[in-house]
Design a protein. Structure first.
Lengths: 440, 440, 440, 440
């Protein structure tokens, strides 16, 4: 099977001719060796079959290594950088902002850094949101707090108006911290910027608490989110254990993919059922959830269920069709399951005590744990290096444990899913001892 | 104004004639001084007016000091102790169980200790719940876990059947860990026990996560609950701060009294409104919550509300009447407020982003923090000392920072409330800067 | 035995004639009831013998209740308040500072608040330490951090120079947050202030992480310190458990009294020996520590020891005498024990693995936990109420669960000790199952 | 430059002929696809130069993928597995033990699992350490505790005696959890096992809290250790900040490499100097630490230093030579620096306040955080899959974010170091703003 090909070429604004002000080590040799060269690449797909022929290294299957370049595109004195955070909260936002500001200021000597408030909205005049001047002092202690000091909001806005604002502010560098939608917005902004012949580097730091972006090994905040989710599952376990036929249900984040649910189940070996969007399940029938749950209760008198918010949508669709509401926003799989399970056991004449926990806001709003803090600091630093070097339309990512640049257009082309045949889900099945399938 | 009188006399099963096996210190003198004498009392009400005449110390306004007696009622070799935990979970249950078991075993040499499963239900034959033999090894590590190793359940059961089980098991000592209802059940059991001429000491360790029992300075688990609640309020604050006109609503425990809500507000100076059962409030009108909230948003663009689950029930009663459901169990003040606030601002044409958090199960199921652990250990030890000395129908309590015995019949005679004129609420008003009243 | 008499009369600067700007509730009646009256007292010693005659309530055995007065001494517009933190760090310092500033500012409308840097040194011109202007914005987030935003230092300075600085700054209110030495300094300052006919209210918030001040139920930061100490004891337990004849030694704070050590032992039932200043012990001999330790290792193959820093000083004195150094500061009981135990078992030919942990700086520098945060907030508020009412030479304290004023001269007259015959130590003996005495 | 070649071939005990009892998914297709095939490889070195020619995939630069095989070597009913933990404590030991036991038991149906006590010593008759029978119930809650339920010890023992014990116990599978020395011991055991013609699979789970093993992306417990170290650095920061010219020194683990120190510095942007074994530094001279520290104090009046235990050994060697002790074990770089810095500033006539913190035992003994828990669970599972498939002399490792098998002989052939020219140290330099070099 031939290797899959990609287009990992990262666009640039122009030739990098300016000597980097970052002083690199000369202690360990004559040459200045620790800038990253433009031809340093990282192999993307490392899974090979023994004996497989590997092609010559190029951007069809290698990613550009991130890091400081010896020659940069922008004169630091000319730079005016903007930072914007979009979408739902995620642990680490403030750490990323802080790292960008500090790297710009201390490493490159950039003195004009502007925070855009409440997502792309902050660019739109009608909302009248004041911009924030950023410098190391302003951001000094922000990482002790959850959330984003810039605030956030969902949704985009008129691209032309956004670019008007970029022009008004004279930004030539924009750091977007957000998810799929944000990145699509950033690409649209980049298109308009180019149409107007502006030289604005647009660099994204991918944010997805669900960890469902492609071409990124681990999104910032994800580990903190799992750590925090574990506390809720522990609570559900205690509540289930101490009641008569106690059933703890924890709804976790994960609209399209069940990474948080899967990891949380692995961290706490007290979970019996993990329901994720990638794996459909039935409620009724021999193999369905209800019957499995009944068997579990008969044996152990308690059960803990993790359900990702995007799981079992096909079950909700039925509901939605029957009740003709058509309002998909109302469909809450957690509350739906809670009711269904309650009804089922009432009909069966079995007393159960259901405890339902939805910790989403508690998870999102927490501050980054130390390991995410490190990751955010490093992501922010690489983002600045990329922008200063004139890279654009790229995300900072970690792949195969190295920091790399991923073209935004690749990143939005597909999502990341839990592979039902992969090692993560295999380990979940083993840890939970849940059935291989709950489809009849 | 004459002092209020109580009846703090603690009933006993009979004369204490057995020499305590607890060895007390003789190092610091010839006399064995650190047993607690039967005439050691603690003044209950310490608030006096200058110049006030104080009466002679007696049980009309003094409480018996708890602690080991030199003479005890039961021969340790004859003791069979039962332990039961009832009602909702609360941090520290396992610590109390563990302390009772260890004090019985190591201090008094008692070897028959039985855990009753799932509250008073565990006594009832129809539920067929196995009893648990308890000893120091079985309980060694239970305090690292939240919940109760014995499980719990709400409600009582046929008193006669319970006492039948006590007779069958040959229990002569019963430790009940529970709240108001549990204590009333314990008194009914004591009545039936007496009617049958049994000698069973019934000692309660008061459990109320709401801290709303009278004659007890602080109930175990309360501080842990507040610590945990603080995390949710912090989350609500971050979510509110980072959204446009963000409103964070946290529903906390407190059916009849708002102690958790009040303390949590003091611990986190980010709360703007604290709604508790003791202080009625209006939604509409000049002084009502909605108008106050609108003013707050106009000024600061965010707000955090703590609402105790028992707050504003009069508002819900109206609702219940209008919708004719009559089902008081459905009335959830948190969700009600969330909807009402959403509707109000929609009508006002003001965009708000409401984040609703209900952390109750996470709070209840957590394990005791170190200070509650100490408190539980000491409560459990005093409970055993009381039972061994033949005390009965009494709770172990802390008043004025000393461990005391409180007759159960006094404890169930009234509840504890947040005094709207007292120093706690005064400090809440100052810390939150909320209006003195939200009644028109 | 007649009751012990004290002199709890709190000095005042003069008559309180100014109407308090604090608005109190009128909702619950016509009268303004929740100011604290000058004749509201709290009984100090609540332990009585049945039948004991109690005297008329006066300041020989009652404490003044703290809280806002209806009439105050200072016009808020004339107030210039200073705040100083002295001595070693303690969890909660920033919370107290923050509460004082906020209460002054929001409740009384005071606008001139000055932070003195690094203890009393901040008053002394030769150190050239800049003062800090304080307001609610400056202190808004300081309570998330440990330590004191004002810094601290040990020791006093020339009293006359300090009062010169108070005059220069025009302070008429000084809040001292510190321990025994700080309070003695505050009294000396008060004397000099009076000699110069100045009207300066000097109010202290007692700080002692060791919890060894008299007339105060619990000092702020103490609970947090115990919580943090518990982590170290847990570490020592794990290290001891997993090594061959592992011995974990944790040195905790407590120069003169062993409260932290005793409480920590109660919180973690893994401790076998608690060594505190109040209870002397031998190393050698039948009952001595070494022999007890040998017995323990023979039985369980591991042991955990908590030693307060002031324990066993008589053993160190011997050492000091033999080595003629005379430098008491070098005598570290923890390292001394570690060496002695190592030597002893080497001579006995028994392999032991000693793990020594000294977490003092980690404990001191942590931020206040939620319950200490509440306590600090309330202490700070009462301190402001006292100063505004013209009280002086007084500490804010909690006794019998109420906030009271304690004259500084009483507070420095004696220390608080763990009573070897009292209930705390009794519970420690029971929880650790250590010998009643380790003196031969 | 040609690619470096390795020998990643993993030895096997023989042909795998037994059908695996693990049931794999058939839901998503006809074929059983999620066993791992023997020819699935992972590229080791993913850093390439653009245009570089890559060779055919073989074990000279690819690692075998870990995971369950369709055919296994051992009949589960014939397996007797041993588990041993060696060396210093590390967060996650219990999680790994638990995962091995559960995977053996539940996935493969193995029923004879034996825990060896206190490292390789547990094999040696003279220590008379009882073995432990392991099963899922015994290990159910062990992961809530730090340390190793089996205990540990340093050092090996007579290989022949160890293999005698393996024969006596009839073990055909041995899981060694330990570091470099343990792995060398395991290889020696494997040699002796082979000499005796025994079929014993020996699989290691690499344990190094310092993260200094080669061919492993991240060692278990490392992230937890960094998280815990951060608390100490925070304490040092607070102590330094609040004293006059405060200097906080934190000694962290890292005998040969400074990964913990480097990561901790990145997690807490309050560190000014990071001293690690890989980067020599001078004390004296223009560029030396003392002068840099003096400059820092002049500017900011405080400083925080992290020093890895193996840093600056060349400085200590001098000391050791001068004092003729020759005892390298006594050379403690942390205390050495503390004294040197104290002396230096005393001579300079500058008041400094040095706070020294050594949190090593607190870090080692903590329990695994959620993300390390997940990692340990997965490492343990892969270890069992490898052993069941008849692999031997191999470690379970993660490389490029995939679980792989690494031959033990490769793993012990070199250590992992912080590359002074690499991106980690570059980011440390930027975050701390410390000088590029402190060598004159």
């Amino acid at each position: 099977m031939p290797r899959r090909k990609y287009d990992f070429e990262v666009p640039v604004l122009g030739e990098a001719r300016v000597k980097s002000p970052i002083q690199m080590s000369k202690t360990y040799g004559d040459k200045i060796v620790n800038y990253v060269r433009e031809d340093e690449y990282i192999l993307y797909d490392v899974e090979v079959d023994k004996g497989e022929e590997l092609p010559e290294a190029d951007s069809s299957f290698c990613l550009e290594k991130a890091g400081p370049r010896e020659k940069i595109y922008f004169h630091p004195g000319h730079v005016h950088a903007g930072i914007v955070t979009c979408g739902g909260l995620c642990p680490g936002l403030n750490n990323v902002i802080r790292s960008i500001v500090r790297t710009l200021w201390y490493q490159y000597g950039v003195r004009r850094i502007t925070g855009i408030r409440n997502g792309y909205r902050g660019f739109l005049p009608q909302y009248d949101l004041p911009i924030m001047e950023l410098n190391p002092e302003v951001v000094d202690d922000i990482h002790y707090m959850g959330g984003s000091m810039l605030g956030s909001s969902r949704g985009g806005g008129d691209i032309s108006e956004i670019v008007d604002a970029i022009e008004r502010l004279n930004l030539n560098m924009l750091f977007t911290i957000g998810g799929d939608g944000t990145t699509k917005g950033a690409l649209a902004i980049a298109d308009e910027v180019e149409r107007r012949n502006l030289k604005v580097s647009i660099i994204g730091i991918p944010k997805t608490i669900d960890n469902d972006l492609s071409f990124i090994q681990r999104s910032f905040g994800f580990e903190t989110a799992v750590s925090k989710a574990v506390e809720s599952v522990y609570g559900a376990h205690i509540e289930a254990k101490d009641a008569i036929n106690g059933i703890g249900i924890v709804k976790l984040m994960g609209r399209e993919s069940g990474f948080i649910a899967a990891h949380t189940a692995l961290a706490m070996s007290v979970v019996n059922f993990v329901l994720i969007p990638e794996i459909p399940f039935d409620l009724e029938g021999e193999k369905g959830l209800m019957n499995q749950l009944k068997k579990r209760l008969a044996e152990k008198h308690r059960a803990v269920i993790i359900v990702a918010e995007g799981a079992g949508q096909e079950l909700l669709d039925e509901i939605n069709e029957t009740d003709l509401s058509g309002n998909k926003k109302l469909a809450n799989i957690g509350l739906f399951l809670k009711d269904k399970i309650g009804d089922y056991f009432q009909e069966e004449g079995i007393e159960v005590n259901i405890k339902y926990i939805d910790p989403s806001y508690l998870i999102r709003s927490t501050s980054a744990d130390p390991n995410d803090s490190i990751y955010c600091l490093r992501l922010g630093a690489q983002a600045v290096h990329a922008a200063m070097a004139g890279k654009t339309r790229a995300l900072i990512s970690m792949m195969n444990d190295r920091f790399v640049l991923v073209p935004m257009k690749m990143a939005v082309s597909k999502r990341n899913f839990v592979d039902p045949e992969g090692s993560l889900w295999r380990d979940v099945l083993q840890a939970t001892r849940m059935p291989l399938t709950m489809k009849n």
